[in-house]
Design a protein around this ligand. Structure first.
Ligand code: GDD
Ligand code: MG
Length: 334
């Protein structure tokens, strides 16, 4: 099966990190987020993914320069101006004449794609949306359904007290070719505000499947930090990285990391490859990126220290994403 991954957005809520690295390539526990997502798609059997690019496309073509991810073939389709979510899907899927999986490129989930495609098939839907349950639905597409899963309404980002349900669009879809061809080519179209609401005009087309599994949109600073802790705690499936070794429960060390014997590591923690943690440093509920250094006596709590970043001796970091390639010689807290 083929997938279209929407990765064209500018990731504005994660600036300044996204000025240089597009959101899907930001590391989550030292692995580019998109690699985690492609691993999830590959496990289900997706053999070709089309990346729908717009913002900083070269970052993706450089990252996946052999146009493959393991056994999966990658194709890059670049929009020269933002086409929106549906416009982006239509443009990327041009020439594809079969059922496709579509996903937002910033959603970390262990959704069972096999069950999802089966649900779509058994309802004879034209499109099926996966749903997740959240406490505050106002930042999402809100999707009330009938008992059998048929969508009643699609309300993108309602006011908090006007959301009809806590079940929201989780950003993974199965679309039939008829849906793709209904989207005008090369125009800016929103799947949430135009395509899905329009499909409701004819009954029996649009269904949604509720799922209680792990789900998180990584697109804000708080969620970006939360995602890393969740990965370290094993909530998102798979071990945090293919190469890290679990030294004690929840304490993961990558090859080449040098950790002083009197440094303190408090789970969940991941120390990246070729990094150093110097004497008396304390790293708790945090990720240290590759080639980073945590100086003597420094204290790093609830934070992410990105690649090639130096935390000087005695510095303190709390609730912060630092780097990449930065230096802290004082105190930083959220
Ligand atoms: N190619 C392309 N072109 N991709 C785009 C464009 C575009 O013009 N605009 C956004 N994207 C990509 C983003 O890169 C991201 O991966 C995905 O589309 C969704 O955009 P976000 O900006 O992250 O949207 P959101 O989080 O506010 O809301 C969306 O996701 C929620 C779930 O996380 C909506 O789909 C909501 O309905 C949904 O609940
Ligand atoms: Mg998002």
């Amino acid at each position: 099966m083929k997938a279209v991954v929407l990765v064209g957005g500018a990731g504005t809520r994660l600036r300044p990190l996204t000025y240089t690295t597009p959101k899907p390539l930001l590391p989550i526990a030292n692995v580019a987020f998109l690699e985690r997502q492609l691993t999830w798609l590959a496990r289900y059997g997706v053999d070709e993914a089309v990346l729908s690019l717009g913002y900083l496309p070269e970052a993706f073509t450089d990252h996946f320069s052999d146009e493959r991810f393991g056994d999966m073939k990658l194709r890059f389709v670049v929009e020269h101006e933002p086409l929106g979510t549906a416009g982006g899907i239509r443009f990327a899927a041009d020439g594809i004449n079969e059922r496709v999986l579509v996903c937002n490129g910033d959603v970390l989930t262990d959704l069972d794609l096999g069950a999802f495609v089966d649900f779509h098939e058994s309802h004879g839907a034209e499109a099926t949306i996966s749903l997740a349950r959240v406490d505050d639905p106002s930042a999402f597409g809100v999707v009330p359904t009938r008992e059998d899963g048929e969508v009643i309404a699609f309300v993108e980002k309602p006011l908090r007290d006007q959301a009809p349900t806590n079940w929201i669009n989780a950003g993974t879809y199965v679309l039939e070719p008829s849906v793709l061809s209904s989207i005008p080519l090369r125009l800016n179209v929103s799947i949430e505000r135009e395509t899905f609401p329009r499909m409701l005009e004819r009954p029996g087309q649009l269904y949604a499947m509720r799922s209680e599994g792990y789900w998180l949109d990584i697109g804000t600073p708080t969620k970006y930090l939360e995602a890393q802790m969740d990965v370290l705690e094993g909530k998102a499936g798979l071990p945090p990285t293919p190469t890290a070794v679990e030294r004690e429960p929840g304490v993961w060390i990558e090859p080449g990391a040098l950790i002083a014997s009197d440094a303190t590591l408090i789970a969940p923690v991941l120390i990246g490859s070729d990094s150093t943690v110097e004497p008396r440093a304390r790293v708790a509920s945090s990720v240290v990126g590759p080639r980073a250094s945590i100086g003597a006596g420094a204290v790093v709590t609830d934070s992410v220290v990105l690649a090639d970043t130096a935390v000087d001796a005695g510095a303190e970091l709390d609730g912060v994403v630092l780097g990449p390639d930065a230096r802290l010689d004082g105190k930083a807290e959220a």
